[in-house]
Design a protein around this ligand. Sequence first.
Ligand SMILES: Cc1cc2nc3c(=O)[nH]c(=O)nc-3n(C[C@H](O)[C@H](O)[C@H](O)COP(=O)(O)OP(=O)(O)OC[C@H]3O[C@@H](n4cnc5c(N)ncnc54)[C@H](O)[C@@H]3O)c2cc1C
Length: 466
Amino acid sequence: MSKRPGRVPMPVADPRERIKNFDQVALGYTEEMALTEASRCLNCKNPQCVTGCPVAVNIPAFISLLKEKKFREAIDKIKETNSLPAVCGRVCPQERQCEEKCILGRRGEPVAIGRLERFLADWEAKNGRSPVKKAPPKGKKVAVVGSGPAGLTCAADLAKLGYDVTIFESLHAPGGVLIYGIPEFRLPKAVVKREVEYVKGLGVDIQTNVVVGRSITIDDLFDRGFQAVFIGTGAGLPMFMHIPGENLNGVYSANEWLTRINLMKAYKFPEYDTPIKAGKRVAVVGAGNVAMDAVRCAVRLGAEKAMILYRRGREEMPARAEEVENAEQEGVEFHFLTNPVRIIGDDKGWVKAVECIRMELGEPDKSGRRRPIPVKGSEFTIDVDTVIMALGTTPNPILSRITPGLKAHDWGGLITDEATGRTTRRAVWAGGDAVTGSATVILAMGAGRTAAQDIHRYLESGSKDW
Ligand SMILES: Cc1cc2nc3c(=O)[nH]c(=O)nc-3n(C[C@H](O)[C@H](O)[C@H](O)COP(=O)(O)OP(=O)(O)OC[C@H]3O[C@@H](n4cnc5c(N)ncnc54)[C@H](O)[C@@H]3O)c2cc1C
């Protein structure tokens, strides 16, 4: 039997060139590449890929249309259930979602579903959108708090159903982590803006610079005639190690580092008024996707040495393999089994070194990964001038603290009913990172979609079914 061809590789920018700028690294399929890749799809009778997609995109249908070069029909098919395809096509961990379920993956490489989705979304950007199909207005108002993927998806789905939706966003630009967290070289701002414009085109009003819980409360929203509220406020509260020296100048949380670079264009200081110290020797603590983004930004800002400090080993790194490979190609150093114990400052209060201890791996812990154990007496120092903590984030508890009836777990995540997204407060739903803690774009979108369907059910019942 002849061997099936592997997936069409994604063209990427040359690492030697790409580290000099913030331009996109993965360049996208050409039409010919997309058609070749689509031809690998077996069009299974019982497609498992769809079950792996939290927003249930009809993957076989869009790939069939793509094969027939019906690009417009194909992107419209995706947009029946996914309002952010250009985003998902770039940043979704498809290898753990739809592509993991692809039958071709059992013996070889799965169909590159995400790359095909991106091809179609980018085709649409060049060739124009189909007119939006919307239900007649229902005359009912829904408020959405937060404009990340959870909020945008919930708002888009409700607007399509005819609801009058307003998103309240605390920052000056909509998009959530898509705009302030994920760097330009993985997800260009123009792509996010295009998808936000699509959501606005559905009739969604986005009000920026409104911190719900400070400028306005959830109760105020009900007083203003909103009949349902969805909370998609994300998990923007950074975690720290609580070691000496974390308050020195030159220590950042990955959140601050990336927000300044992405949203506030720190790399263009003083043209944009938000300085960061672009260090020459930068240590990023952690080995998840956020750590990879932070360290790759440091490389682009001119760091001579950009390193990852991680207390476990290569096998245990939570980042996507593709992102680790990209970082390695860009010259990032990986220090495994290394844990900071103290950050050392100079006499002006700036970082000058980080003291670390060697670790060894013991028995697996609750996460299933082997537990890191410090090796006594193995302390050593690394000279650095910038330290970035990429240790994860938790939901900000302000809304649960001040909103009557809205309950959260001790760690900050809002308590909801998983099947509907209903919170402990009547007529208030929540989803995305605000509920799960830091997760993924597509899971946040899935939660937004689930809540939109339940809000529709509730409002159709005359607000009785709760
Ligand atoms: C650097 C980084 C890289 C990542 N890379 C990937 C990736 O490659 N792939 C992937 O799938 N996932 C990735 N993630 C995770 C993913 O981005 C998140 O899981 C996802 O954005 C969560 O969506 P959300 O809508 O729940 O929250 P968010 O995207 O965090 O959006 C929440 C929004 O609510 C606003 N908000 C907060 N509080 C209030 C308030 N009180 N009032 C009004 N507005 C408020 C915030 O300003 C924000 O805009 C990454 C995360 C980070 C930080």
